[in-house]
Every structure is written in structure tokens, then in C-alpha cells.
Ligand binder design. Structure first.
Ligand code: ADP
Length: 405
């Protein structure tokens, strides 16, 4: 390939996910390859697939940290696409605070502001920013764009964003931000194509992955979500507890004398599914187990999801559709069935056969169901690519294929 391309990066603590979007001359952009370096700092391994899912490479690479992971990726890109130009790099950045209500071209001033948000997203933000810095070092002339998980939620009603603490604290940025916004934005974008009958109505999107949240959409705009000031609120997650009585946190400090670092580790890494089960943070693993603690973890996950569907239904004044997405939402018929069963009071009814065989976007509710229930795969990378292209003037409107291929 000798055409120009744009890179999308999603840098986490132990993984670097990426997509390469190619621009063939005179044609629209399309997904060229997607891959990741997993096990950064432990047993780093690069795996990449082409646009139809065929493996291009699987190999160990040297990557002690995020910067070395970028170097390893750059080397692979050179071997694969040597002679091509990188036109732009789009990044997933988890927290954009109150200021960044849309994708932003990154400069030194923007980086300074984004660094100030690190304490609000300690599990993600530092790694997102390290990847940006590593790219600046290697490709100083290539423009970079930050796409935020918080942006899609800006514009929610004041009461949905409010944290009921004194004004002087709220003025320092204490508000509910919401996350997984790139995923929700993607779903909102494709709803008219796949599910036009509910697209402009009241829809609850359940993004159920390692991190999990729900978003209430009214006419495809976010009016509330279950994650708030940080990515700890709301649903039970792989390693995070979800909503917690703040008195518990006081007790951890005052009663148990834990340090701030210990409390942070407990809340971000040791709670939720792994905390309840003592076995695993991985839903697929837990579903295959008989131990009572594993069952309790799954029961709580479902319980909390059904409870939040009830709360968001109240926010919307009813519900026309529910969309499941992300790792658990797209791949687990059992969890979808159990959440819908627990929400049967809403008149939800799903077709067990269809639910068992979901492939791509699929309506799984029966014709009797009072609200439509859909499974729609998310595509945060495509969203980032589209924003990056649009902001850098790289692509004409609608130049990105909705499916990313
Ligand atoms: P993230 O992108 O936040 O790391 P994902 O969206 O990839 O997370 O979701 C990961 C979760 O999805 C894990 O808990 C994993 O066990 C779960 N998952 C993936 N496939 C299945 C499946 N077939 N059944 C149940 N859970 C699954």
C-alpha cells in the first residue's frame, strides 16, 4: 500500500489498540487493518487483522511501557506501509472535562489542560496522554486529534449533570460528566439506519464491557447516563463497584485508615465482578463457573443493570427501545436475556432463538414487546476516525463508511 492513511489509537494501561484507515486515491476512506499490542510491561504481543478479519501478524514485541509500544507499532507500520504518509492520528481520550465538548486538535495548551484531568480518570487518562506525547516525539509534524468519551454527554439537562455539593466546589468542575460517549455517539449515528422506528424516540443504550454504563437517549441526544464525575458510578463493572454509598469511602479512610492510593486501587481495580467473585473480572469466565461467589457476581451485575434501566426509564418518561452493545452486550445471550427478564415489568419480551444467534445488528425483541430490543455492535474507532478526518479536513462529509470497511 502506498496511499495515505490515518491512525486511530486507543491507549490503555496494558494495551494499545489501533486501526489504520487507508485513503485510496479518488475513493473513500476505509478500514485497512486493526490490531493491538497486549500485555505491555509483562508479555507484550502484537496482533493485527486485515479489514475482513484475516490475521496479518501475531508476534512478541519489546514494549516495557506505552512509549515502547508506540515504537513497536511504528516499526510494524513502516514494514507494512513504508512509503505512505500518516495524515493524522486520532486518539481516544477518556476525560475532556467541562471545556472539551467536541473533538479537538491537540497542541501544548490542550495537553496541559488534559493533564489536569488525570486525577479524574487515573486508570485511563495518563495512558491516553502518554500515547499522544510518544506520537509527537516520533512524528512532530503529524496533526493529532483528541476525541473524548465525555463530549457526547455535554448538553444534558442541568439536573442530570449536577452533583449536589456547595457551589464553590461545583465551580471547580465537580459535575457529572458521563463516559463511553464515543460508543453512544456511534449508536446514535447508526440508529436511523438500523432501527429507524425507535431512532428519534426514547432509547436506553447499555454499553456492557469491562467498563459498563447506560445512556438515556432522547431523539439521539444524551439526556442522562449512569457514569458521573468519574468512571466509577452506576453499573457493576469488571473491577469497579458502580454506585456506592459515599459513606463507605469515608469508612475506608476513617474506619480502616486506608491511604488514598489504597482506596483508589480498591475502587478501580479490586471491586465489581472481581471483588464480589474473588475469581475473575471477566464475564465469560464467570458465566462458565458453578461457584456461588461467581453466581452472585453475575446476579449483582444483572440486578444493577435492571435497576438502572428502571431509573433511566423514569428519566425518559417511558422507553421505546433498548440497545445492547460492547463485549458483554454484543456477545452474551444469557446476560441480555436475564436483564430483559428482570425488566419484564416494562413489557419487554425477547425471542430466545433470535437472541441466541445474534450476528451484527439484530432486533431480538418479539412483535409483542412494548419496547424494541436491539443488539448493535459499537465502533468507537470509526467514530474517532470520522472526527479526525473531519477536523483535519481530510475527508469529505460522509466519507467514512458507517461499517468501517
Ligand atoms: P473493554 O473494551 O472495556 O475492555 P469489552 O467491550 O471488550 O471491554 O468487553 C469485555 C467483556 O466482555 C469481558 O467481561 C468479557 O468476558 C465479555 N465477553 C466477551 N465475549 C463474551 C461472551 N461470549 N459471553 C459473555 N461475556 C463475554
Amino acid at each position: 500500500m502506498k496511499d495515505d492513511y490515518a491512525l486511530v489509537l486507543n491507549a490503555g494501561s496494558s494495551s494499545l489498540k489501533f486501526c489504520v484507515f487507508e485513503r485510496p486515491v479518488g475513493e473513500r476512506w476505509h478500514l485497512e487493518s486493526r490490531g493491538q499490542i497486549e500485555g505491555i510491561g509483562t508479555a507484550p504481543r502484537l496482533s493485527v487483522k486485515d479489514e475482513i478479519g484475516h490475521s496479518l501478524v501475531k508476534k512478541d514485541v519489546p514494549a516495557k511501557d506505552g512509549s515502547e509500544a508506540i515504537a513497536a507499532l511504528a516499526e510494524w507500520l513502516r514494514s507494512m506501509y513504508g512509503g505512505s504518509r500518516v495524515l493524522g492520528v486520532g486518539h481516544r481520550v477518556v476525560h475532556g472535562g467541562a471545556r472539551f465538548s467536541g473533538p479537538t486538535i491537540i497542541d501544548a495548551e490542550v495537553m496541559k489542560e488534559l493533564h489536569q484531568l488525570v486525577p479524574l480518570a487515573p486508570l485511563h487518562q495518563p495512558y491516553n496522554l502518554a500515547a499522544i506525547e510518544a506520537v509527537f516525539e516520533r512524528l512532530p509534524n503529524v496533526p493529532q486529534v483528541a476525541c473524548f468519551d465525555t463530549s457526547f454527554h455535554r448538553g444534558q439537562p442541568e439536573v442530570a449533570e449536577l452533583i449536589p455539593l456547595p457551589r464553590e466546589l461545583r465551580e471547580q468542575g465537580l459535575q457529572r460528566y458521563g463516559f463511553h460517549g464515543l460508543s453512544y455517539e456511534h449508536i446514535a449515528t447508526v440508529l436511523p439506519l438500523f432501527a429507524p422506528e425507535i431512532a428519534n424516540g426514547r432509547v436506553i443504550v447499555a454499553h456492557l464491557g469491562s467498563g459498563a454504563s447506560m445512556c438515556a437517549l432522547n431523539d439521539r441526544k444524551s439526556v442522562d447516563s449512569t457514569l458521573g464525575f468519574t468512571a466509577l458510578d452506576g453499573l457493576c463493572m469488571g473491577t469497579r463497584p458502580g454506585a456506592l454509598d459515599p459513606g463507605v469511602v469515608l469508612h475506608l479512610f476513617q474506619g480502616l485508615n486506608l491511604s488514598a492510593k489504597e482506596v483508589e486501587t480498591l475502587l478501580y481495580k479490586k471491586s465489581g465482578l472481581v471483588g464480589i467473585s474473588g475469581i475473575s473480572n471477566d464475564m465469560r469466565d464467570l458465566l462458565g463457573r458453578e461457584e456461588p461467589a461467581a453466581r452472585l457476581a453475575v446476579d449483582y451485575f444483572v440486578y444493577r443493570a435492571a435497576r438502572e434501566i428502571g431509573a433511566l426509564t423514569a428519566v425518559l418518561g417511558g422507553v421505546d427501545g433498548i440497545v445492547f452493545t460492547a463485549g458483554i452486550g454484543e456477545n452474551s445471550p444469557e446476560i441480555r436475556q436475564r436483564i430483559c427478564d428482570a425488566s419484564a415489568w416494562l413489557g419487554l419480551e425477547i425471542d430466545a432463538d433470535v437472541n441466541a444467534k445474534v450476528k451484527d445488528q439484530t432486533k431480538i425483541s418479539t412483535s409483542r414487546s412494548k419496547a424494541a430490543v436491539w443488539v448493535i455492535p459499537t465502533n468507537e474507532e470509526l467514530m474517532i476516525a470520522r472526527h479526525t478526518g473531519a477536523l483535519l479536513g481530510l475527508s469529505a462529509k460522509a466519507a467514512w463508511n458507517e461499517q468501517g470497511d
